[in-house]
Ligand binder design. Structure first.
Ligand code: SF4
Ligand code: SF4
Length: 114
């Protein structure tokens, strides 16, 4: 009897999941969407890369660049919480779905380029 009730309920209720990305994602204040960096404030200390449990962050002090493999990130926030310059943040929106794994690379603008 319980099973019949459950089957009928599931047949006539909307799915609990959303069809993201065709439909917009349900985002709340606490949603951990993606990591963002204010590259201007980064000192390339590599604390974030050391704290990252999945090795998704790469820091190149010489080239003054910081990169993140979006598919490798599990949104744990360890990099954000451990950044001494507070230049990392966890934004609520999700990165766009992609067919291939890519890294987003950010390079600090030089004084000449500003
Ligand atoms: S911990 Fe912060 S300041 Fe250090 S490399 Fe990472 S983002 Fe830059
Ligand atoms: S949120 Fe976690 S998994 Fe993602 S880059 Fe930061 S430390 Fe790595």
């Amino acid at each position: 009897m319980n099973l019949t009730k459950t089957i009928l309920k599931n047949l006539f209720h909307k799915p609990v999941t959303t069809g993201y990305p065709a439909e917009s994602a349900h985002v709340t204040e606490r949603t951990r969407g993606h990591v963002e960096i204010r590259i201007e404030d980064c000192v390339f200390c590599s604390m974030c890369a050391r704290n990252c449990p999945t090795g998704a962050i790469h820091v190149d002090r010489g080239a003054k660049s910081w990169s993140i493999e979006r598919f490798g990130c599990v949104q744990c926030r360890a990099c954000v919480d451990g950044c001494p310059k507070k230049c990392l943040s966890m934004e609520a929106s999700y990165t766009k779905p992609a067919a291939q794994k890519t890294a987003d690379v950010y390079t600090k603008p030089t004084e000449e380029s500003v």
